[in-house]
Design a protein around this ligand. Structure first.
Ligand SMILES: [Zn+2]
Length: 377
């Protein structure tokens, strides 16, 4: 046997050995890639965001071609408030990769969500505009565009987008009238009372749920020095929604006092007390009026009625203690105060947002803190 065949056999053996080692390594690598991606997906399903973040970060390091891992990584970062990193990841995918149309749209929508989270509203508007037409009418994108137009004060477009959302059906968004009233509050905040007034008026015609618009219309009239008209609007709220009447009681008291018609307030309180007998603010107001007139027994009786319905505000107790102290019935006052102290901590009159629990400074249809839609009073 010559040396030729031996060399050939050895050479083949070496090649085979190298191939085996090489493919095994590749297989190992692929297995670990698959497993960190798979672990990431499993963690997402299990709701363990920290673990998902760790595994997906590992996935993209091992295999930078895994677009889905990048998209999900960006979304996790956005949810953690790391919007800068989320924007960077999603933007780079759009700019540097050739993506199939469907994937491209998904990345672009997530980038729009990143911008919204970062409150970069002009970028949200641009990003949504760049989406293909069909993708733009996705309800989530319509809401995003609406909120962005709202934030930059473009109320025509915001209202138009809200109309599109309602047309798309299956939505838990408020009616057009309520949305318009909400936009009017924002216009008023921006100092555009002319725009605000016309939107509030339209809103009142569109939906009875926008009744609190009358409060703002009254404020606008009072601001322009027209107290007669202002009381007309505030009384409209009292008539339309007796359960919201407490929002305008202080305004009405002050206005009727200035108009020299303070007695009017008494009959308003009595009317509302008949229509909304559990309204603690009404009994409290009535109690204050009776006290001023010198009818202490009547004032105490009204305050006790307020106590029955006061709930967390403890507004009835406060009025009762006040009346008793002012009429020097200190022992009774002390007992009422004791009850007050043993009750829960004194809460403000403002209703907290049912969604996030934070306090709203003025009546409105949307929580300024979390964006949840709420009842205006
Ligand atoms: Zn809220």
């Amino acid at each position: 046997m010559g040396t030729g065949p031996v060399v050939a056999i050895v050479a083949v053996a070496v090649v085979v050995a190298v191939l085996i080692v090489f493919t095994r390594r590749r297989a190992d690598l692929r297995e670990s890639e698959e497993s960190s991606y798979q672990k990431g997906l499993d963690a997402l399903i299990a709701g363990d965001r920290e673990a998902a973040l760790k595994h997906l970060a590992l996935t993209v390091r091992e295999d930078p071609r895994n677009v889905d891992a990048y998209v999900k990584l960006g979304n996790l970062l956005r949810e953690r408030g790391q919007t800068k990193q989320a924007i960077q990841i999603h933007r780079e995918l759009l700019v540097k990769r050739r993506l199939p149309a469907g994937v491209r749209s998904e990345v672009a929508k997530n980038l729009a969500l990143d911008y919204a989270e970062a409150r970069r509203w002009a970028d949200v508007i641009r990003q949504v505009r760049e989406l293909p037409r069909g993708e733009r009418s996705d309800e989530r994108m319509l809401a995003l565009a609406r909120d962005a137009y709202e934030a930059v004060g473009d109320f025509d477009r915001a209202i138009a987008r809200h109309r599109d959302i309602l047309k798309s059906g299956k939505s838990e968004e408020p009616s057009l009238g309520v949305y318009r009233a909400h936009a009017a509050v924002l216009a008023l905040e921006r100092g555009d009372s002319v725009r605000a007034r016309s939107e509030f008026q339209t809103a009142l015609k569109e939906d009875p749920a926008a009744a609190v618009a009358s409060l703002y219309l009254g404020d606008i009239a009072a601001g322009a020095g027209d107290l007669e008209r202002a009381t007309g609007y505030w009384m409209k709220l009292v008539a339309d929604r007796p359960d919201c009447a407490h929002l305008v009681f202080d305004r009405l008291e002050k206005a009727y006092y200035e108009l020299g018609d303070f007695g009017r307030m008494m009959s308003i309180y009595q009317d509302v007390a008949a229509k909304a007998p559990t309204s603690v603010h009404t009994h409290r107001g009535l109690s204050r009026m009776l006290e001023r007139k010198g009818d202490i027994e009547g004032a105490i009786e009204a305050a006790r009625e307020a106590v029955k319905h006061e709930g967390d505000t403890l507004a009835g107790h406060r009025q009762l203690v006040d009346v008793l102290v002012r009429s020097e019935r200190f022992e009774e006052a002390a007992r009422a105060a004791e009850e007050l102290l043993s009750a829960r901590a004194l809460a403000g009159d403002e209703h907290p947002c049912p969604a996030c629990g934070r306090r709203r400074e003025k009546p409105g249809w949307r929580c300024p803190h979390c964006g949840a839609w709420t009842d205006a009073c």
